[in-house]
Design a protein. Structure first.
Lengths: 507, 344
C-alpha cells in the first residue's frame, strides 16, 4: 500500500494537533555540534512534548565524531534541560552514523540506516536533511547525498527536503556559487534556507499587525511616516565564536539576513495570500526597491565600528580585539549603522535607519515608526513641552509587543499635553506559550511549508544590497569607529541621524 | 494540549476590597479605585470575562483555586458568584462582594487580573444576569462556568454567555449527557471532562499515524474501554462516531483509570494489530503502544499534570468554539447509556 492509498485517520479530527509533522526521518549533519545540542534538540523535545511529532518519526545524526547510537542518544538526552518521558521515549529510537562527509562510504552507511529505520518505524522514505555544519561543507554534503541517491523522493507521495543554516554565502558571488552547487543536487522547492529570525512569533506578527488590521495599513506609508528605525542590539560579545566572527562581522552576521528580512516584512506590499509564494514574492519586490549605495554613499550613509572594553549589565568586559580567536589588529566591524532608502511609491523619501551591534547595553530588537508631526499644533510651546512625535514600536525581543506613543492631556486645571505610551504585550494576552523559532521552523520544514524560509531570489537581493557595502569596508570606507562596550554605539552613528535633525531612540 | 499552563505561577494579591449588601456600581468603583492605587496595574490586557457560578462554598473554592492555578496566563476578569440558598423571592435580596487584584509573574512578565466574588441570597439568585452584565468587559467573550450544577438552557444568565463551560463529571456524568445535548442546541458548550480526555485521544490517534499502522484504522473489530462512568462512555462514543463502529464491538467496564484497547485487522489478510492507551495505578503518565502481530511495534508516553482541573480549564478556555467531534462523541455516548430498569 503506497502512502497515497493509505486510509485517512478519522481519529485525528477535532484534535488540536493540526500542525503535526508527517511520518519522516530528520537527518542532522553536524549532529555532534553545538547547534544540534543547543537549538535543534530542545526544539524537537518541545515538539515531542506538544504531540506534534508522529509515531513514525526518527532522528539520524551524522558527524565526524566517533559515537555509538547509545552515546548519541545519551548526548541528545542531556541536551534537554528537563527531559520528559516523551523525549526519553523519542531519543531511545535515535540512530547515529559516524563518518567523513568527503567519504562516500559515510553516505552508503547512512542509506542503510535510513532503510532500516523506514522498515522499523514506517517513515515511508520521507527525509528532512538538516545541515547544522560549517558552511564550507554545505555543497559537499548535498553532492554526496545526490551521489548516494538520497536526494530524490522514492515516489510521488514521499518527500526529501534539505534545511540549510545561515550564512548562505559570504557575498553575492559565493552565494550564487553555493546555490548552483545545491541546485545540482536538489531542486529549489526542496531547499529550505533557514533564518531563525523569521521563526520568531513577533516577526510573523508584523504580518498580522499590518494585514489583519484596517487601522494601520492606511498610515503605513510616506504620507504619515517620517522615518523608521530598526534596531537589533545584542549585549553579548563574540564569546567563543571569535574565529568565525572575524570572517563575518556584523554586516554579514546580522544585516544581510535578520535585519533585511525584518525590513522586507515592514515595507512589503500586502500579499494576495499569506502563503509561501505570496509573501516571498512581495519580500523580493521590497528588497529590490532598496537603493544600492555607491562607495561614496557608503562613506556618508554607513557607520562601522568595533567595541572597546567597558561594562555591560554590571560586568566588566574586554574589547573585541582582546576576545578569544580575534586578531589584535582586527578591522572587523561589531557594529553597523546605516541609512537606507526604499525607492517605491509607498516609501520614497522615508529614511530607514538601521543599527545592529554587539556589546550594546541590552539585548533588544524593535522596529520603530516615527510619524510626522501634526500640521498645526493648537497649543503653545509651554503646554506641549512634553509632547513628542507619535510612534508605533513593534518590539520583537525580548518583551514582544507593540507600543503606541501619543499625546494626552495631563490631569489638572492647566491644559498641558505630554506623550504617553499604550503598551501591548503578547505574553500577557495569549494563553498559549509561543513556539521557539527553531521549533516552528523545524515543524514547517517537516510539514513542507516554506513560507518562513528564504527563497533563492531573496538571498540574491539581500546580497545585492550588502555587497557594495562589503566592498567599501574592504577598502577601509568608512573608517572603523570605536565605541565603548555598554554604549549604544559610536558617536558617528549619532551624527548620522543628527544631520537629519533626528536622534536614535533609546530602547 | 495546554501543558504550558499547568504549572501555576506564584501569585500576589495586590489589593482587595470587601462590601456587604452592595450594588454593582460599588463593585465597579472599588475595582477602579484598586487599580488607580496600584502602579503595577498600569497596563491591562484581558482576553475574556470568566463568570463562575457555584451553588456551595466547596464548589466555589475549588473553582477559585482552579482559576488561580492557571498561573496568571489568563488575563481575564473573573467573576465568581456563590448562590448560598434556594433564592426564593420571599428571602431578603442580598449581595456581598469581595474584589481582589491579583498578579503573577509569567515568563518574567507581570500579569494582573481582577477577581470578583459575589455571594448572593434571595431572589437575586434567579436574576444573576443582572449582576453579571455590568461586570463583564466590553467587546470580549463571556464564558460562563456553572461549577457543580447543570444550567438550564433557558437560564437568563446564559444569555450573556458566548460559551458555556460544564464539567459532565461533576454534574452527573452520563445522567447529564441528555441535558448537555439540549444545552448545546442553544449555546456553544465546552465540557471539561472531554478536555481531560484529550491525552488519551491524542495518543490513540497518533498511534495510527505511521504508515505501518494506518491501514488498521479501517479494520478495527474490537474495542475495550475501561474507566469511570462518563469518561468511558465519552471515549466509546468518540470511537464509535469517528470509526463508524457498531455498539456490539465495544466492551465497556468500570475502572479507576481510563484505558483503551483496540484490536484491528489489516486489509488483504494482513495480520492483526493491537493499539492501547492506558494509565497505570500510581502513575501520572499515559502510555500508548501499537503492535502488529509479527511486525513492527511502537511505544509512546505522555505525562499528566498534577492537578487536572486548572489544566483542563486552561485547555477549555483556549478552544471556545463549537466542537463537532465532541458533539458527535456525546451523541455516540448516549447509545452506550443503558436506561435504568423500570421499577417493579
Amino acid at each position: 500500500m503506497t502512502d497515497a492509498e493509505l486510509p485517512s485517520n478519522p481519529l485525528m479530527e477535532g484534535l488540536e494537533t493540526e500542525r503535526r509533522a508527517p511520518p519522516c526521518i530528520l537527518v542532522v549533519f553536524g549532529a555532534s555540534g553545538d547547534l544540534t545540542s543547543r537549538k535543534l534538540m530542545p526544539a524537537l523535545a518541545r515538539l515531542a512534548d506538544n504531540r506534534q511529532l508522529p509515531a513514525a518519526f526518527a532522528v539520524v545524526g551524522v558527524a565526524r565524531t566517533e559515537l555509538s547510537d547509545d552515546d548519541f542518544r545519551q548526548r541528545m538526552l542531556q541536551a534537554v534541560e528537563k527531559p520528559s518521558a516523551a523525549w526519553e521515549n523519542l531519543v531511545s529510537g535515535f540512530r547515529y552514523v559516524a563518518g567523513d562527509y568527503g567519504n562516500p562510504e559515510t553516505f552508503q552507511q547512512l542509506k542503510r540506516v535510513l532503510d532500516e529505520v523506514d522498515q522499523e518505524r514506517g517513515t515511508g522514505g520521507n527525509r528532512v536533511y538538516y545541515l547544522a555544519t560549517i558552511p564550507s561543507v554545505f555543497a559537499e554534503v548535498a553532492d554526496a547525498l545526490a551521489n548516494a541517491g538520497l536526494n530524490r523522493p522514492k515516489d510521488e507521495a514521499s518527500f526529501v527536503r534539505i534545511v540549510v543554516e545561515k550564512p548562505y554565502g559570504r557575498d553575492l558571488t559565493s552565494a550564487l556559487e553555493l546555490d548552483a552547487g545545491m541546485h545540482q543536487a536538489f531542486s529549489e522547492s526542496q531547499i529550505y534556507r533557514i533564518d531563525h529570525y523569521l521563526g520568531k512569533e513577533t516577526v510573523q506578527n508584523v504580518l498580522a499587525l499590518r494585514f489583519a488590521n484596517a487601522i494601520y495599513e492606511p498610515i503605513w506609508n510616506r504620507r504619515y511616516v517620517d522615518s523608521v528605525q530598526i534596531t537589533v542590539a545584542e549585549s553579548l560579545g563574540v564569546g567563543h565564536r571569535g574565529g568565525f566572527y572575524e570572517t563575518a562581522g556584523a554586516l554579514r552576521d546580522i544585516v544581510q539576513n535578520h535585519v533585511l528580512q525584518v525590513l522586507a516584512l515592514t515595507v512589503m506590499e500586502p500579499p494576495a495570500t499569506i502563503d509561501a509564494k505570496g509573501i516571498r514574492d512581495e519580500k523580493v519586490k521590497a528588497l529590490r526597491a532598496v537603493d544600492l549605495l555607491s562607495t561614496d554613499e557608503v562613506a556618508t550613509e554607513v557607520v562601522r565600528a568595533q567595541y572597546d572594553a567597558g561594562w555591560v549589565e554590571g560586568e566588566p568586559v574586554v574589547g573585541y580585539r582582546e576576545e578569544e580567536g580575534v586578531d589584535p589588529n582586527s578591522q572587523t566591524e561589531t557594529y553597523v549603522a546605516m541609512r537606507l532608502r526604499v525607492d517605491n511609491w509607498r516609501w520614497a523619501g522615508v529614511p530607514f535607519y538601521i543599527r545592529t551591534g554587539k556589546r550594546l547595553p541590552k539585548r533588544y530588537t524593535e522596529v520603530a515608526m516615527r510619524f510626522h508631526d501634526v500640521p498645526h499644533l493648537p497649543f503653545g510651546p509651554k503646554e506641549a513641552r512634553g509632547l513628542g512625535p507619535n510612534a508605533l514600536v513593534l518590539r520583537i525581543q525580548p518583551d514582544e509587543g507593540i507600543t503606541l506613543r501619543f499625546g494626552a492631556k495631563v490631569p489638572g486645571q492647566a491644559f498641558r499635553v505630554r506623550s504617553v505610551s499604550m503598551d501591548f504585550s503578547y505574553g500577557a494576552a495569549f494563553l498559549e506559550e509561543t513556539p521557539e523559532a527553531y521549533e516552528r521552523l523545524l515543524l514547517d520544514a517537516m510539514i513542507g511549508d516554506p513560507t518562513l524560509f528564504i527563497r533563492t531570489d531573496e538571498v540574491e537581493q539581500a546580497w545585492r544590497i550588502v555587497d557594495p557595502i562589503l566592498t567599501a569596508f574592504a577598502e577601509g570606507t568608512p573608517p572603523l569607529a570605536r565605541y565603548q562596550a555598554g554604549a549604544w554605539g559610536p558617536r558617528e552613528a549619532d551624527l548620522l541621524l543628527e544631520r537629519d535633525g533626528r536622534t536614535w531612540r533609546t530602547p | 494540549m495546554a501543558d504550558a499552563v499547568t504549572a501555576g505561577a506564584p501569585f500576589t494579591v495586590l489589593g482587595s476590597w470587601r462590601g456587604e449588601s452592595v450594588k454593582m456600581g460599588d463593585v465597579l468603583d472599588a475595582m477602579e479605585g484598586l487599580r488607580r492605587g496600584e502602579q503595577r496595574t498600569a497596563t491591562r490586557t484581558s482576553v475574556l470575562s470568566l463568570v463562575i457560578v457555584a451553588s456551595d462554598a466547596a464548589d466555589a473554592r475549588r473553582a477559585a483555586e482552579a482559576v488561580r492555578g492557571l498561573g496568571g496566563r489568563h488575563p481575564a476578569r473573573c467573576v465568581l458568584v456563590v448562590t448560598e440558598d434556594s433564592g426564593s423571592e420571599a428571602e431578603p435580596r442580598l449581595c456581598d462582594a469581595e474584589v481582589e487584584l491579583v498578579s503573577a509573574q509569567v515568563d518574567g512578565r507581570i500579569v494582573w487580573w481582577e477577581e470578583v466574588t459575589l455571594t448572593v441570597t434571595g431572589a437575586i439568585a434567579q436574576h444573576l444576569d443582572s449582576l453579571i452584565e455590568p461586570l463583564t468587559l466590553p467587546d470580549l467573550p463571556v464564558v460562563v462556568w456553572c461549577a457543580g450544577v447543570m444550567p438550564a438552557p433557558s437560564d437568563p444568565l446564559l444569555r450573556s454567555a458566548d460559551t458555556v463551560l460544564v464539567d459532565s463529571k461533576q454534574v452527573g456524568d452520563v445522567d447529564a449527557f441528555p441535558a448537555i445535548v439540549e444545552l448545546s442546541r442553544r449555546h456553544t458548550v465546552v465540557d471539561l471532562s472531554w478536555a481531560r480526555l484529550e491525552p488519551w485521544r491524542e495518543l490513540l490517534a497518533g498511534l495510527f499515524e505511521g504508515r505501518h499502522f494506518r491501514p488498521f484504522v479501517a479494520g478495527v473489530h474490537h474495542v475495550s474501554v475501561a474507566g469511570k462512568e462518563g469518561p468511558r462512555h465519552l471515549l466509546a462514543g468518540w470511537l464509535a462516531s469517528r470509526l463508524k463502529l457498531s455498539r456490539n464491538v465495544f466492551h465497556l467496564e468500570d475502572a479507576r483509570h481510563v484505558s483503551l484497547l483496540l484490536r484491528a485487522s489489516g486489509p488483504g489478510g494482513e495480520p492483526n494489530a493491537e493499539f492501547a492507551v492506558e494509565r497505570r495505578e500510581g502513575e501520572r503518565i499515559v502510555r500508548a503502544w501499537a503492535s502488529v502481530e509479527g511486525g513492527p511495534s511502537h511505544r509512546d508516553v505522555l505525562p499528566l499534570p498534577d492537578d487536572s482541573l486548572p489544566w483542563s480549564l486552561a485547555d477549555a478556555l483556549t478552544h471556545l468554539v463549537y466542537d463537532r467531534t465532541y458533539q458527535q462523541a456525546l451523541g455516540g455516548a448516549l447509545t452506550f447509556v443503558v436506561p435504568p430498569a423500570p421499577d417493579k
